[in-house]
Design a protein around this ligand. Sequence first.
Ligand code: HAM
Length: 423
Amino acid sequence: MPKYKAPRGTYDILPGESYKWQYVRALFRQTARLFNYREIETPIFEDSNIFERTVGDTSDIVEKEMYKFQDKKGRIFALRPEGTASVVRAYIENGLHVKNNTSKLFYLGPMFRYDRPQKGRHRQFYQYGIENIGSVSPYIDAEVIALADHFLKKLGLENYQLQINSIGCENCAKDYDKALQEYFSSYRGELCADCQKRLDKNPKRILDCKVKSCQKIAVDAPSMLDYLDNDCAANFQALQAHLEEMEISFKINHRIVRGLDYYTQTAFEFVDNNLGAQNTLIGGGRYDGLIKKLGGKDQSGIGFAGGFERLLLAMKTEKIGFATEDIPDLYFVNIGSKAQKTGIKIMQELRQNDVSVEFDPDRTSISSQMKAANRAGAKFCLILGEDELVKKRVILKDMASGVQHEYPLDSIISEIRNRLASS
Ligand code: HAM
């Protein structure tokens, strides 16, 4: 047993896996750029109020899952449980609303939630996400959804479903909360302790409870869609019309409330059909009051985030391949100290010419170096011994075909570059 282990709910991304992460991250960056989003990075910890005031004090995240700590000066910080509040904080603090091209932002990075770890659910997990700040047009809602859909399709995923809902605005919530309170009151004794508190403070949160008995009771709860005011209903209709224009299929699911309090109107989830309990690939929605709540202008925003872990699981289930792992172009086999001296120069030059080279000075015999070259998966081997050095020549071996030729030392860089370009 090793003496130290990664904390429960966290994991290492090891060589052999990391190239898959690079692949999905690169594809997300590409997709975001297609829609003209620009990357933002925020700190991993923030003033805990930023999350408490926005995600909601009756949400699971704030009630149970935040990693909070006090610094040496007694300030209370939290490891970010999500990206939206941090991005909005950065947007306001840096005056991004008055700068050009700064209202469409995307991000990638680790988030932290003290949740019960299981397949697709971790305590440190990695999200990709976008935020579009400033527009209230339902076209933007559809475009944000289109970006998520485009990304999943580009990865090759097919077995997922887009589900949409509208959770209305403050105005709709008044009547809806009353209806929920009436409905759940008759089950008060059967609700979990948290939901009993939620019933008075924020009954919508009961719809999102992870406790099985609460979920059962919630099945017949009133639907938000029956309580939308005219504006919210019209926006929801417009969103559906735009999705149809974009030929993006969707299902209305009036049960989607999302686990964070800042949502208003559009809420959506991309749900994988194969993954078990943790099957939400992407979740997002519109947030009307969030920017103002954090001290900004009265602007609206909409965005989404997804977890890379679930994405990789979904890709594995659908047997989708990744771009191949990075392997060295060339393994340098050096025999003898004189050859090594020349070899070091050649390797420097190769790397300066963008050829990736592996060399192991601890291996001295040709057979051990050749074995290592095979294990590394190198495309070519460059073999330089004392004999070749005298002739001012070097051997280049194609590892796939096993064919090898001698070349003059002074032409080897261009020869390798040509061979790599045509391989
Ligand atoms: P969320 O629904 O809390 O939304 O998380 C979004 C996605 O992150 C989930 O659908 C899931 O794929 C992934 N995720 C969440 N928790 C975990 C976990 N413990 N382990 C692994 N993956 C997880 C948000 O975070 C919002 N900020 C999304 C958003 C952006 N809304 C508007 N803009």
